[in-house]
Design a protein around this ligand. Structure first.
Ligand SMILES: [Mg+2]
Length: 375
């Protein structure tokens, strides 16, 4: 499904006149700094539809004659086209705020063709300099980039309860371009079977915040280590058939986590791809991995206790096997040591550190770390 960039005009693409807010002559037309190079950068890298969405209060009335509007509008469109930035649609609402028309931002009536399920709105953006642009993003189910000074703008979106839809607050077009080209690596999944109900959300560009509830204390502890040491935000809630045993809960969590990892990695452009780590603590543990898309697990770790906490030790291999299959990771795990708790904790930590290295992404680098052309 195609992504869409909904871009505001006045105050965003061009400077908004401070007194009457009308750009009704070419003398008043001034483009925002770096808008051309930034949008040309996006146009060269992103396959998406471009939609200009603008409120032009009273355009076509004596207060704002159409003949003063169109020469400016045509100049803006032509100047952008000359740099390879071609808008597929231009939506202009000419009503006044007090009319409360559904076509006026943040109303979505002009954008009905984008809300039929054929577009990837969850990974699309509204870019605009007013809170109504951010609200439009919320109404469409898109992400917003609030084009405003960072500190002041963030306070505004927080005060209005719109921080959740805001991907970023910046008035730097170059930063906007970087953000738009680096698709959000967030995934939320649910999986319901007769054996387990699982809700999982993952953000590969997070800060290591975790919220884990699997019903198994030791497993929670291990997944918490995974999120924290990989630097990914991970929330997992599992309602599993623990009255049978721990097997389904651990196996199904690994499958959902693996699928989420694979989806969040997306097309893998710009990632480091490989990760490895070295011995930790008293346990000698090595985890090497490749996110190249071919699942394989080499497991060299023996446990001499039946359980650690409430988790059977045989389930550790099964967890990583299921995860490796679902996320299509090539994974080598080796661990030795005397303390069983340390050994498995070192495996989870080393896996997390290896993953952290491999998912690290340079958002200005859109090449694939492969000579095959796909991963
Ligand atoms: Mg504006």
């Amino acid at each position: 499904m195609k992504r869409v960039l909904f871009i505001d005009r006045d105050g965003t693409l061009v400077v908004e006149p401070p007194i009457d807010y009308q750009i009704d002559s070419l003398e008043k037309l001034e483009f925002r700094p770096r808008v051309f190079q930034s949008l040309a950068y996006v146009a060269a890298r992103l396959d998406c539809e471009w939609v200009m969405v603008t409120n032009q209060d009273g355009m076509g009335t004596p207060a704002f004659p159409a003949e003063t509007f169109w020469p400016v509008q045509q100049k803006i469109v032509r100047a952008l086209e000359n740099e390879g930035i071609c808008f597929d649609q231009v939506c202009i609402d000419t009503s006044f705020p007090e009319e409360n028309r559904p076509t006026r931002k943040p109303g979505t009536a002009m954008l009905a063709r984008y809300t039929t399920g054929e577009y990837d709105l969850a990974h699309s953006f509204v870019i605009g300099d007013r809170l109504t642009d951010v609200q439009l993003a919320a109404n469409l189910g898109c992400r917003a980039i609030y084009f405003a000074p960072a500190e002041q703008g963030m306070a505004e979106v927080e005060a209005t309860g719109l921080a959740g839809v805001c991907e970023a607050v910046t008035d730097d077009w170059w930063k906007v371009a970087q953000i738009v080209c680096s698709a959000t690596r967030r995934v939320s999944l649910e999986r319901h079977t007769a054996e387990t109900d699982i809700r999982l959300s993952l953000n590969l560009d997070g800060t290591g915040r975790t919220d884990i509830h699997t019903g198994l204390g030791f497993f929670d502890h291990m997944l918490d280590q995974l999120g924290r040491h990989a630097g990914i935000d991970l929330a997992v809630t599992v309602d599993g058939d623990l009255w049978v045993d721990e097997h389904h809960t651990i196996e199904d969590t690994a499958l959902v986590l693996g699928e989420a990892l694979g989806r969040a990695l997306g097309d893998k452009r710009g990632i480091a791809r490989y990760g490895f780590s070295l011995p930790m603590d008293d346990a000698l543990c090595r985890v090497s991995l490749d996110l190249g898309g071919r699942p394989w697990l080499v497991w060299k770790a023996d446990f001499h206790r039946e359980k650690i906490g409430d988790v059977p030790t045989e389930m550790f291999f099964h967890f990583f096997k299921s995860l490796s299959d679902a996320a299509r990771i090539n994974l080598h795990v080796e661990a030795e040591g005397a303390n069983e708790h340390h050994k498995i904790e070192a495996i989870f930590k080393a896996f997390a550190r290896a993953l952290r290295m491999a998912i690290k992404r340079d958002i200005t680098d859109h090449t694939l770390p492969s000579t095959k052309g796909m991963l």
